[in-house]
Each structure stands twice: as structure tokens, then as C-alpha cells.
Ligand binder design. Structure first.
Ligand code: NAP
Length: 248
């Protein structure tokens, strides 16, 4: 593979790396040559097994993003990093008129406050070392669309897209590229209920120009590109990886 797409010698930290999109990202970055710290609230041992099976380098680490201040302590404890991928996220559903403050706070803490603080912690260290770096945040179609019955998720993912652009404005001059990937409908635990509902599943599928649900590997490829030398001049962008959903 061309050097422009390789990550040899780089150290990457990926949140929510025990399953789904985060696991695929961790494996893909390692496959491109990075040493990957796979971080999760659940054990990422299985992810490390997958990385090693490919001949890659990685280690597992526990992190709970529902307490953002503690989570940044974990980030600070793992040593110098070149790449941060904020993938972990949660969703809570209820009619907006009934939406609880607890659900709002829980979702905003993991999906937005923790993302802000993780980016801030990563950038402080990279600016102090003057090494540059790459941040990729995982956004959503609901960074652009309103959705329904998920007010905190929509607010948090709009926030992720906004913060990504703001950080790019402040940190690109320090060599830190900040981008986001907005996944479409991807087959993970997060979407099991939708895929198990024949009516909703058919409605969704009929609107996807690519004619299929996305695979976590579809997102991982885009993230790996945004961490590689090939994307050196890409910063402040939110890349839709949605089989064409938003073009419809
Ligand atoms: P998933 O399978 O539910 O994975 C979510 C990940 O976040 C899991 O690793 C989960 O850990 C972790 N997580 C949740 N709360 C955490 C906490 N407090 N501390 C640390 N980690 C925590 O969902 P996914 O589909 O792969 O989602 C990954 C990202 O993509 C999310 O940001 C999601 O919003 C976004 N996304 C997904 C889709 C889709 O169609 N699947 C579409 C758009 C955006 P546990 O396994 O321990 O719960």
C-alpha cells in the first residue's frame, strides 16, 4: 500500500472499541500500521485479538465516558498519541414532551461533553509537543437531520459537527486536523431494533441509494483515510458515509 495511506509508527486511541463501528475502526487503523489503544467501558480484549490476528499492534484499556473528567485522566495516562477517534455514543428514545432530564444529561455527557474534553486534552498535549495529530469524531445523519424522539442524540450530534469545525479553525495551524465521519444506517447493536422491525427496515432500505445497510468496515475505511497522510489537507469536514442517504 502507498505510504500515503499507511500509519506506521503512529499511536491511536479509539473509544467504544469493544464492538460495532469502534471495533472496526480500531482494527482498520492497526491494519494500516498504527499501534492502537482500544478503549471501552466494556473489555476490548476481543478487539486486540482481532488486531493481533492481522499481525497488528494494540492494547486494551477501560474508559467510562459518562464521567468525562475521569475519562480524560485515562487519556492522559496512556502516553503520547498521534490519533484520537471519538466513536463511543449512546441514544435514548422518548417523545420530546416526555424526555427526562436524566436521559438528556446522560446522552449529552457521553456524546458531547466527553467528546469536547477528550479533544481538548488531546490537543493540549499535541500543541505542547508541537507534533500535530489527527482527531476524527463520529457524527451521524442526525448531525444534519432532525430525527424523531431522540432530542438529546440530535442535539449532541449537531454539536459534534459544530465542534469539529470549531476545533479545526483553532488547531489546524498547529498541524492538528479535525474531521468527523457521519455514518448512515450501519448494522451494529445500535440499530438491531430497527433492522428487526420489517416495516422500518424496508422503509430505510428503500431510501438508501446503495441499496444496502452499511457495514462497520465502511466507516472504518473513511476514518483511516482521515488519519493518514493522504488526507493532510482535509480538516473541518464532516464526511458522510451513508450509501447516498443524504444525497436523496
Ligand atoms: P454500538 O454498537 O452501540 O457501540 C457504541 C459504543 O459506545 C460501544 O462500544 C459502547 O460500549 C460505547 N459506550 C457507550 N457508553 C459508553 C461510556 N459511558 N463509556 C465508554 N464507552 C461507551 O453502536 P455503534 O453503531 O457502533 O456506534 C458507534 C458510534 O457511531 C456512536 O457514536 C453512534 O452514535 C454512531 N452512529 C452509529 C450509527 C449506526 O447506524 N450504527 C449511525 C450514525 C452514528 P458498550 O458496548 O460497553 O455499551
Amino acid at each position: 500500500m502507498s505510504e500515503a495511506f499507511r500509519l506506521d509508527g503512529k499511536r491511536a486511541f479509539v473509544t467504544g472499541a469493544n464492538t460495532g463501528i469502534g471495533q472496526a475502526i480500531a482494527v482498520s487503523l492497526a491494519d494500516a500500521g498504527a499501534h492502537v489503544i482500544a478503549a471501552g467501558r466494556s473489555s476490548c480484549a476481543d478487539t486486540v485479538v482481532k488486531i493481533k490476528a492481522l499481525g497488528g499492534n494494540g492494547e486494551a484499556c477501560l474508559i467510562d465516558l459518562s464521567d468525562p473528567a475521569k475519562a480524560v485522566g485515562v487519556l492522559e495516562s496512556v502516553g503520547d498519541l498521534d490519533i484520537l477517534v471519538n466513536n463511543a455514543g449512546i441514544i435514548r428514545r422518548a417523545d420530546s414532551v416526555d424526555y427526562s432530564e436524566a436521559d438528556w444529561d446522560d446522552v449529552m455527557d457521553v456524546n458531547l461533553k466527553a467528546v469536547f474534553m477528550m479533544c481538548q486534552t488531546f490537543a493540549r498535549a499535541a500543541i505542547a509537543r508541537d507534533t500535530g495529530g489527527r482527531i476524527v469524531n463520529i457524527a451521524s445523519l442526525l448531525s444534519f437531520q432532525g430525527g424523531i424522539r431522540v432530542p438529546a442524540y440530535t442535539a449532541s450530534k449537531h454539536g459534534v459537527a459544530g465542534l469539529t469545525k470549531l476545533f479545526a479553525n483553532e488547531w489546524s495551524a498547529h498541524g492538528i486536523n479535525v474531521n468527523a465521519v457521519a455514518p448512515g444506517y450501519i448494522a451494529t447493536n445500535n440499530t438491531t431494533a430497527l433492522r428487526d422491525d420489517p416495516k422500518r427496515s424496508a422503509e430505510i432500505l428503500s431510501r438508501i441509494p446503495a441499496g444496502r445497510w452499511g457495514d462497520p468496515a465502511d466507516i472504518a475505511g473513511a476514518v483511516t483515510f482521515l488519519c493518514a497522510p493522504a488526507s493532510a489537507y482535509v480538516t473541518g469536514s464532516v464526511l458522510n458515509v451513508d450509501g447516498g442517504w443524504l444525497a436523496r
